[in-house]
Design a protein around this ligand. Structure first.
Ligand SMILES: C[S@@+](CC[C@H](N)C(=O)[O-])C[C@H]1O[C@@H](n2cnc3c(N)ncnc32)[C@H](O)[C@@H]1O
Length: 277
């Protein structure tokens, strides 16, 4: 998983299947981004005719999940910095009504007028921006008075143990930078920290939910392969893959033993879901 997913090159040895955003859409979206998006859209009470903004939309799963709820009288817009992610979003959402608008924009400097939306949603983005309060203030600005804001933000890495294990394996066999990249989606933010951030941005009615769900892969090797294929580090991992692959997989299998069963590996993923108005 990654914040700013660039499209890595196809690299011999690592067997990347397509470009990064496509791998992200094929592997990570069905496993957890889609279930998170569906819950976010549902908890937010997304309703017929509403105007909905998906901030840091990536390949667009939140916007795409919201579209059927708002119907043809509604409006859905997805914004992201990353052009390649937006291209995949556009392709995947081509069949939807209403037609989702996809825009390349910085979430901390949105181009929309004040009060443009009824609902702003943002899934796994807040932890990647340098100024989270600025992003939240932008959401508050573009949502009308009485509107809502909903966010998903992963819990700290100790609550997502398979990623801590993966980060350690990458640190040991690939380098500090790879480990740091895998750790980056898991900010050290408690529920209280999120409340504080929301409060600083001017929200007062804040509610927190936890989302804890199992994620399954057919093997530890497949877990490593899919995460790497969907990561901006794919190319650098691929460069060392030939020589260290077996060691990495062996170490991962050993460390994930407690999460191994007949069908492969299965582990919990934990995220915060924050609603505010
Ligand atoms: C982990 S992905 C989540 C994507 C999407 N929300 C989803 O649920 O699949 C994080 C996304 O945030 C985007 N992003 C990071 N910083 C951003 C910024 N300042 N403005 C807009 N998008 C940003 C990245 O390009 C990336 O697509």
């Amino acid at each position: 998983m990654s914040g700013n997913v660039e499209a890595p090159q196809e690299t011999e040895g690592w067997q990347l299947e397509g470009r990064g955003p496509e791998a992200y859409e094929a592997y990570l979206v069905p496993k957890f981004f889609r279930p998170w998006a569906e819950r976010l859209v549902s908890v937010a009470g997304t309703a017929e005719g509403e105007r909905v903004l998906d901030v840091g939309c990536g390949t667009g799963i939140v916007a795409r999940s919201a579209a059927p709820h708002v119907g043809d009288q509604g409006r859905v817009v997805g914004v992201d910095l990353n052009r390649a992610m937006l291209e995949t979003a556009r392709r995947e959402g081509a069949h939807l009504t209403p037609e989702v608008e996809w825009r390349q924009e910085d979430a901390t400097e949105l181009s929309f007028e004040d009060d443009t939306f009824d609902l702003a949603l943002s899934q796994q983005v807040l932890q990647f921006v340098s100024d989270p309060t600025k992003l939240l203030a932008e959401l508050r600005r573009v949502v009308r008075p009485g509107g809502r804001v909903g966010l998903n933000v992963l819990r700290p890495i100790q609550h997502n143990p398979s990623y801590e294990i993966l980060a350690e394996v990458l640190e040991r066999h690939v380098g500090e930078e790879s480990g740091a990249m895998i750790r980056s989606p898991f900010p050290e933010w408690s529920g209280a920290t999120l409340r504080e951030l929301m409060g600083e941005a001017g929200f007062d009615r804040i509610s927190l939910l936890l989302d804890i769900r199992p994620v399954r892969y057919p093997s530890a090797e497949e877990y490593l392969r899919q995460e790497a294929a969907s990561s901006p580090l794919a190319a650098s991992i691929a460069g060392t893959y030939e020589t260290v692959r077996t060691k990495m997989v062996d170490r991962l299998e050993e460390a994930l033993e407690a999460y191994t069963d007949r069908d492969g590996v299965v582990f919990p993923m934990e995220t915060h879901l924050v609603m505010a108005s």
